[in-house]
Design a protein around this ligand. Sequence first.
Ligand code: IDP
Length: 153
Amino acid sequence: MKGNITFTILKPDAVKNQNIGNILADINAGGFRIVGMKYTRLRREEAEAFYGIHRERPFFKDLVDFMTSGPIVVAVLEKENAVEEFRTLIGNTDPQKADEGTIRAKYAKSIDANAVHGSDSDENARLESSFFFAQSELFTEEGGVQISYPQQV
Ligand code: IDP
């Protein structure tokens, strides 16, 4: 069964361009509930760890520079089949290729400043959520804790 949790970042460009409200409205209109949310800023080591999978890619330094350039909003979202549904809502990584009406088509300017992050698997959704949120900071519709994190080693 597909999981019902995904993780998102409203990236520094979205915050700088005053699009927090617009993007959260699109997220709610897309049928997602906000389970947890924070306004924060990544330190360099945190951005490098979060995007560790891209460490060898040519754009890694630019990506880390950009992600640490200003405050961000991080959130955990709930919907049936959340990971796939959210990636459809945000559109292609490159806003030039993103379908009309998607969040990146509407609010992103370039492939690096592309407004939002969305997890690419259920496992990464849990991992990325645990990077920013304690279980006690996440609330289901009933007000209970939603996510069961893997055991810390
Ligand atoms: P995703 O965010 O759509 O899942 P990924 O391939 O996981 O895309 O890449 C992570 C982030 O790295 C992208 O959102 C984008 O900000 C940045 N990125 C990906 N490819 C490029 C590139 O070719 N040039 C510059 N930045 C890139």
